[in-house]
Design a protein around this ligand. Sequence first.
Ligand SMILES: NC(=O)c1ccc[n+]([C@@H]2O[C@H](COP(=O)([O-])OP(=O)(O)OC[C@H]3O[C@@H](n4cnc5c(N)ncnc54)[C@H](O)[C@@H]3O)[C@@H](O)[C@H]2O)c1
Length: 351
Amino acid sequence: MKPINVGIIGTGWTGGIRANACSKTPLINELHIAETNPERLNEIKEQTNPTFATNDWEKLIQQKGLDAIIVSATPESTHYPMIKAALEAGKHVFVEKPISTTIEEADEVIATAEANNLKFTVGYSQRFKPRFAYINKVLKEGLAGDPVTCLVSRNVTRELGKKITGRSKLSPAAMEATHDLDFLLWCLQPRKPVRVYSQTSGKLFRQQSETPDHQWILVTMDDGTTITVGAGWILPIGYPNYSQCWIEVICTEGALTIDDTHKEVQLNTTEHGIRYPMSSMPGEPVDHVFAGPMQEETIHFVEAVVYDRPVMVKPSEARLVMDVYIAADMSDELGEPVTLPRNDTRQGKNA
Ligand SMILES: NC(=O)c1ccc[n+]([C@@H]2O[C@H](COP(=O)([O-])OP(=O)(O)OC[C@H]3O[C@@H](n4cnc5c(N)ncnc54)[C@H](O)[C@@H]3O)[C@@H](O)[C@H]2O)c1
């Protein structure tokens, strides 16, 4: 086994988790980081003791001996030029969702990765939660029979909603439901989505912008199974970056419900009232362990590069998710269902 050298671009919330995960594994020899916020750069330098740290991501990619790059910068429109440059420099790439803001850019970088035999994967961290993996197992192995309908309803706090909508005009479908669409499309393979209907609603954020508060997406698969995914971002603050999620899978021979609302651990203090620790989507470090999926997801990518193993999330799967959320945004605009695959070139409102 030969340890690799990894560079991370953007070490904010998620990039900080990934940098810490990388700094602890013997599978990585050198860690290099690029971060434009000087205070955050110093904070992560202190936490991870990197070989090289810069505020210039292009310098990071030029560093000699780097095997792989993790792109965790915001706004999301920065992803495409960073991935393109990293792949063209011959590096394996992990990018936080979304790959890019248009299908054309996604197709281009997917083709570059394939042509150069490089690993390329996308951060759909929820696949690394044991309870989500269990749903995948039940559906793939037919343990409850044939799926009839699957629902995922997710809501996050308005603090997180403000952070996300403050940096881009991407919709709840593109920014939040994307995780649960990826998850259900993965569980239901080899079925394919053929029709998408979506509706947004908004009363809080719409006081100041055109941003909706919530979006429902109804997807029909080619065997008639239906998927309903809801994504909202105006919950009151319950814990920093709190996320609550409820899942129902109804099949011909059984039903599976998963409560991922994180209500099983409550910390009640005089200062903050009731809070729900360990309840964000990526998770958080707790003493000597990591509570959540992001550390394991990061190590999975590193192992895929070190041992030349397949990545968990194939770029073609992430591209299909893009097709579905772009269709959802179109459906919301048009007020009617959108058929997949689309044979037009419209990009939807996220482009
Ligand atoms: N998988 C998940 O659960 C999950 C959760 C949250 C966010 N995300 C995704 O992760 C990505 C990062 O989100 P975040 O919440 O960590 O954002 P963040 O704003 O906390 O961090 C982004 C960091 O990138 C830095 N940055 C911006 N431009 C840069 C540049 N040109 N070069 C280097 N650094 C730069 C910023 O200073 C910031 O520290 C987004 O794509 C987001 O959609 C995924």
